[in-house]
Design a binder for this molecule. Structure first.
Ligand code: SF4
Length: 313
């Protein structure tokens, strides 16, 4: 981490690698999810609504190239020189046979404006073949694999109906690291049944693993999900953080997270008309990042402070 900053920021890190602004651009390759089709589970994770995180151009009725072209045309007006990472985001992006995976990843990488790929998947859905394919591609391109870890507690993972354990996350991360892959993880803050000390515990657990990047998300109750039903039947099941509380929670988390880990996101931003709770007055991601930056300075603290000082919370 740059000592003049309070946390290890993804945007600065990626700009340093490419010496240019780099934008992740979502593509929907038409994958499904083993936690929806019955091979792992049925109905999916209780909070899942993939439609909330799909931009308009992103549709599996179009080819990868067409989605990239449309997405890039949108961004190109404002940032003509920026480069792109094709983000295989929807559902489970290693859930197919190897030949198909290779074809899709290579199609994205062949786009003239694309410098790399990021592949989002479940930790229980990466066999050796998929990891070796990504490792091979990473010899000539920027490649990141992103695992939906979500929690380090198996009890919570059960409540969420994730249908995998934290041990499976650890195995997938360790195997990927052995192959030299760049690894991102997703974690949700404020899950049912998790209190402040458990959330801080996630930071400590993840700091022990060979991960490079983390994306934090606040738990959102989205219309039409099982979580929404649970919430309506028993609102107390979830602690809803105010924006100020969430900012402080995130900073408490950062203080206990290895300063080597790059922070890609602090929050999710779902369409307002789909969000039941928490409602933060339509604040955009960049506004929340700004609040976190200011609060880090106010608290005179930084990522990894409690690890480096040897203090424990
Ligand atoms: S693993 Fe991902 S895509 Fe599958 S149900 Fe869970 S959140 Fe949805």
């Amino acid at each position: 981490m740059n000592t003049t900053e309070n946390y290890n920021s993804y945007s600065k890190w990626i700009r340093k690698i490419f010496n240019e602004r780099v934008q992740k651009i979502s593509v929907d390759a038409g994958f499904t999810c083993p936690n929806r089709d019955g091979s792992k589970g049925i109905g999916g994770c209780i909070y899942c609504d993939n439609i909330t995180f799909s931009p308009n151009y992103c549709s599996n009725s179009k080819s990868i190239t067409q989605q990239l072209d449309e997405g890039i045309t949108f961004f190109n007006k404002k940032y003509p020189s920026q480069q792109y990472i094709a983000y295989f985001q929807n559902y489970t992006n290693t859930y197919s046979d190897l030949k198909k995976l290779e074809e899709l990843y290579l199609e994205a990488l062949s786009h003239e404006k694309v410098v790399g790929i990021a592949v989002s998947t479940r930790p229980d859905c990466v066999d050796n073949g998929a990891l070796e394919l990504l490792a091979e591609l990473s010899k000539s391109h920027f490649v990141t694999i992103e695992f939906g870890v979500e929690s380090t507690s198996n009890k919570t993972l059960n409540i969420l109906n994730r249908c995998h354990s934290f041990e499976e996350s650890k195995n997938a991360i360790t195997k990927s690291a052995t192959l030299g892959l760049q690894i991102g993880v997703h974690l949700i803050l404020g899950l049912p049944d998790e209190d402040h000390s458990q959330i801080i515990g996630h930071a400590k657990e993840l700091s022990k693993l060979p991960i490079n990047i983390i994306k934090l998300h606040q738990l959102q109750v989205i219309k039409g999900t099982k979580l929404a039903d649970l919430y309506f039947n028993n609102p107390d099941i979830i602690k809803l953080y105010s924006i100020e509380e969430y900012v402080d929670l995130t900073i408490d988390f950062l203080e206990n997270l290895s300063p080597e880990i790059i922070i890609e996101r602090f929050t999710s931003e779902s369409p307002l008309n789909k969000v039941i709770a928490p409602k933060w007055g339509g604040l955009k991601n960049f506004e929340i990042v700004d609040k976190i930056r200011k609060r880090l300075v106010e608290r005179n603290t930084w990522q990894g402070r409690l690890i480096l000082s040897g203090r424990k919370t």
